[in-house]
Structures are given as structure tokens and as C-alpha cells.
Design a protein around this ligand. Structure first.
Ligand SMILES: [Zn+2]
Ligand SMILES: [Zn+2]
Length: 246
């Protein structure tokens, strides 16, 4: 069945977001409706509201959520009502060459799901019946959302939803950068520039990876990063920090 839900929408760039009631369609084949329990506010949401990330408007924000499956569409066997899930802002078809080789973040269908479901439709309508698009095929800053089953990951019911939500973007990005991109090794020295949701999880990931020396700067230091790169004295200071007392 379709559901009425309060949702956070961006209707115009560089304007405050609005909370509106929307109609969320019932799940079709391969889709799942989720009752959202918690949703993080990510910098990418802000980037959609100021045009840094170009999305079709009006747009339901949110891609970092956890919730409980309310209803599944035809053909969905992986999930059942009552299961706990987190949203994935990357659609993972599970069949293309990238998904098959363990790199679902490069899934061939990801480019088709920037602000719609994989078939180019949106499950959300505003009160006037006009289509409302969904951030990264999620649009989970809402009480209910209908997503492709390939944008959902089942999680343990013992994990509180407000914690699980963070895994779907900040933790995944930060810890993923440590293990998959930087490939931090035990004993490594790690410098983190920017200590927001992602940066804090880089620090946690580096600790899990066994890094022993850390240097972290707050986000406001980001603009100084080029200066760090061009400043030999600062680099040698940081290197001395990393080496520790001799
Ligand atoms: Zn995010
Ligand atoms: Zn794929």
C-alpha cells in the first residue's frame, strides 16, 4: 500500500529545506518500503541543496538511514517485513562485472540512480500529485521510503537504528577509505584532514587497522591543506610528529 510520510525536501537551490507530507508508493517488483528509524545529515545533502551535487528538484534528501522493513514487493526474497536495514546510496545490481568482482561501488547501474529508482521513476509524490525525486535512489530523510532492494543492506536487529544509520555513509566512507583506499597497515602513521562524520570514522578505522600515530585537523583546516603541501617546514614538523620523540 502507499503511505503518507513527512519528508525533508529541497525545492529550490540555496533556500532552506522544507518539511512536507509526501505520498510514498507501494513497493513494486524488486522494491521494499522501509519505515525509517534514523537518518544522518550528511554534507552531501547540503551539497544537493546548493547545487554542488546536481540533482533534479524537488528532491527528498537523505541517504544515510536505518529502518525496519514495512513491506516487500513481488520477487523480493532477501528481506521480509520486520528486518532491519540500512540504505546504500550506491545501487548494487549484484550482476555486472564490477559487482561480480567485489567492487559494487562501481556498479554499472549506479549512474542511473542519482535521483530516481533504477528504472528512472520516483516512488514519491507531493500533495499536488507531482513527482518528487529521491537523493541517490534513497530519499530516506522521511518517515517512509520505497527503495530498490539493491539499495538496502540487512543489519543485525541488536544494533540501535541511530547507530546503524551512520554505517550507511559516514562509517562506510571513512573506514572504507582506511581499508580499501589507503590500505593502512599496522603501525602506520595517519594524518586526517577534516574531522567531521567521515574524518572521525577514518580515525576509528585507522585505530582498527592498527595505526599507531595520528595527526588530525578540524574541517576548518581544510582550506590550509594546499598550504601544508607547499610548506616544507610544516611538512617536516608533521613528519617529526609522526616519528615521535627520538
Ligand atoms: Zn553521505
Ligand atoms: Zn552492478
Amino acid at each position: 500500500m502507499s503511505r503518507t510520510a513527512k519528508a525533508v525536501l529541497c525545492r529550490e537551490l540555496d533556500r532552506p529545506v522544507v518539511v512536507e507530507e509526501i505520498e510514498v508508493a507501494a513497493p513494486r517488483r524488486g522494491e521494499v518500503t522501509v519505515k525509517i528509524g534514523a537518518c544522518g545529515v550528511c554534507h552531501s545533502d547540503l551539497s544537493a541543496t546548493n547545487g554542488t551535487i546536481q540533482m533534479q528538484l524537488p528532491l527528498v534528501l537523505g541517504h544515510e538511514a536505518a529502518g525496519v522493513v514495512a513491506e516487500v514487493g513481488e520477487g523480493v526474497t532477501e528481506l521480509a517485513p520486520g528486518d532491519h536495514v540500512v540504505s546504500s546510496f550506491v545501487h548494487m545490481c549484484g550482476k555486472c562485472r564490477w559487482c561480480a568482482t567485489g567492487r559494487p561501488h562501481l556498479c554499472d547501474s549506479a549512474a542511473k540512480t542519482l535521483y530516481t529508482l533504477p528504472d528512472g521513476t520516483t516512488p514519491a509524490r507531493d500533495r499536488a500529485g507531482n513527482p518528487v525525486y529521491v537523493f541517490s535512489a534513497c530519499g530516506v530523510m522521511a518517515e517512509f521510503a520505497t527503495l530498490s532492494v539493491d539499495n538496502l543492506v540487512k543489519v543485525d536487529k541488536g544494533v540501535p537504528l541511530d547507530r546503524a544509520a551512520l554505517v550507511s555513509c559516514g562509517v562506510m566512507t571513512g573506514v572504507g577509505a582506511v581499508f580499501n583506499t589507503a590500505r593502512v597497515e599496522p603501525g602506520a602513521a595517519v594524518m586526517v584532514i577534516g574531522t567531521g562524520g567521515v574524518g572521525l570514522n577514518v580515525i576509528q578505522g585507522a585505530a582498527i587497522a592498527g595505526a599507531t600515530m595520528f595527526a588530525a585537523c578540524a574541517a576548518c583546516s581544510l582550506r590550509h591543506a594546499p598550504a601544508i603541501r607547499k610548506n616544507p617546514a610544516m611538512i617536516s614538523t608533521l613528519e617529526a610528529m609522526w616519528k615521535g620523540p627520538t
